[in-house]
Design a protein around this ligand. Structure first.
Ligand code: GLU
Length: 411
């Protein structure tokens, strides 16, 4: 069993060493500030009591309030939430938004709850963590299996407890409740901006560049759709049931309709293959957009892609990464590739706090600018210092955190 927090720490330590950063920095951010655990008890529709373990990890707030999603998944563990919160610290710092890193999770399979039960669970989460979150303290958002509706219940519960409207306490809300235009597409869109920048840097032509996208949730869907609209050939997409393949490129809208109607991408137009096939089909760019550790020692040797864009958080194990880097595979790390989501979360928070709402064009223009800048900083540092992209991204990010920590402690 891979321990995500151990993995994340080992990796961080290696980067600090390779890049010659001060080891004091590792001691500072190698540990999370605190993790809060709670037992959420709700009444089921048939009147029974059920309890669920829930977490909120607050990793570091040197640059601003803790920020990060809440995931609902049966495999959530304390270690996973801690690792995800560390990556949020690195991500927000890398793109230069004024936040630290946090993450929450509930050990639950939301598919087994009714809508009413899901609402009770979401509201209970807020009741139990109310004392530790808020617009200036820690701002949650959607993550795996959570969405705008869940944020709506949460922000409503928060407002009741606070005794006043506090839209900036959560991001990723429905637009009708103060959500930002463009937040739904933001992670996928940001990833496609990175894809385009990467293509420029490595001289890839959209028409002849085949993409395989693992995962067809909000992130995978938007990435696949926007990449295909930008002229790339999305030859494979997958979900937990199947991979759908077409060497000429899939019609992503049609795949989405099929998934909505029948529950899986398998029913879309294309060749149906086993779920794992998405990783090994012939493609130039592989885009893991599902869960952690999807690429690991059991499958890494059968990958064919020369480029990987990590849209999921932590989709490659340390061991698999080493093998891929030895083969010169270019890996654009999660903290850069999927930062579009939290970036538009930041815009949402700004809009909530100023009470002035932006057109979607403004949101996208500002998002694109931040993503392009972050890519060039990372890519330039990687090229000039002979680092891989993850190391370079960590260095940019850690230096910002170090400057903030230094200003607080040593001036
Ligand atoms: N869950 C997303 C992430 O991992 C978004 C977090 C946010 O918007 O705060 O980046």
């Amino acid at each position: 069993m891979i321990d995500p927090w151990q993995e994340a720490q080992t990796h961080l330590k290696q980067v600090v060493k390779t890049a010659g950063l001060k080891t004091g920095l590792f001691n500072l951010i190698g540990q999370h500030d605190r993790i809060i655990t709670a037992k959420l008890v709700i009444k089921t529709d048939d009147g029974r009591l059920r309890s669920f373990t829930a977490y909120r990890s607050q990793h570091n707030n040197a640059l601003g309030p803790y920020k990060g999603g809440i995931r609902f998944h049966p495999q959530v563990t304390e270690s996973e939430v801690k690792a995800l919160s560390l990556w949020m610290t690195l991500k927000t710092s890398l793109v230069g938004i004024p936040y630290g890193g946090g993450k929450g999770g509930v050990v639950v399979d939301p598919k087994q709850l009714s809508t009413r039960e899901l609402e009770r669970l979401s509201r209970e989460y807020v009741r139990r963590f109310f004392f530790a979150i808020g617009p200036d303290v820690d701002i949650p958002a959607p993550d795996v299996n959570t969405n705008a509706q869940i944020m709506a219940w949460m922000v409503d519960e928060y407002a009741k407890l606070a005794g006043s409207s506090r839209p900036a306490a959560f991001t990723g809300k429905p637009v009708s409740l103060g959500g930002s235009l463009g937040r739904q597409q933001a992670t996928g869109r940001g990833g496609v901006v990175i894809l385009k920048e990467m293509a420029k840097a490595y001289n890839l032509k959209p028409k002849t560049t085949a993409l395989a996208v693992q995962g067809f949730g909000n992130v995978g869907y938007w990435f696949a759709l926007l990449a295909s609209k930008a002229g790339y050939k999305v030859v494979a997409v997958s979900d937990s049931q199947a991979t759908l393949y077409n060497s000429e490129g899939l019609d992503i809208e049609k795949v989405k309709q099929a998934k909505q109607a029948k529950g899986s991408v398998a029913f879309g137009p294309g060749q149906k293959l086993p779920t794992e096939a998405v990783l090994t089909v012939k493609a130039d760019v592989l885009v893991p957009a599902a869960l952690e550790n999807a690429i690991n020692k059991t499958n890494v040797d059968s990958l064919t892609a020369r480029y990987i864009i990590e849209m999921a958080n932590g989709p490659i194990t340390n061991q698999a990464e080493k093998i891929l880097l030895d083969k010169q595979v270019v890996i654009i790390p999660d903290i850069l590739a999927n930062a579009g989501g939290v970036t538009v979360s930041y815009f949402e928070w700004v809009q909530n706090r100023t009470g002035y709402y932006w057109e979607v064009e403004e949101v996208f223009a500002k998002l694109d600018k931040i993503m392009v800048k972050a890519f060039s900083q990372v890519h330039n540092l990687a090229s000039s210092q002979k680092l891989n992209h993850r190391q370079a991204a960590y260095v940019v990010s850690l230096n910002r955190i170090a400057r903030a920590e230094q200003a607080r402690f040593y001036s």
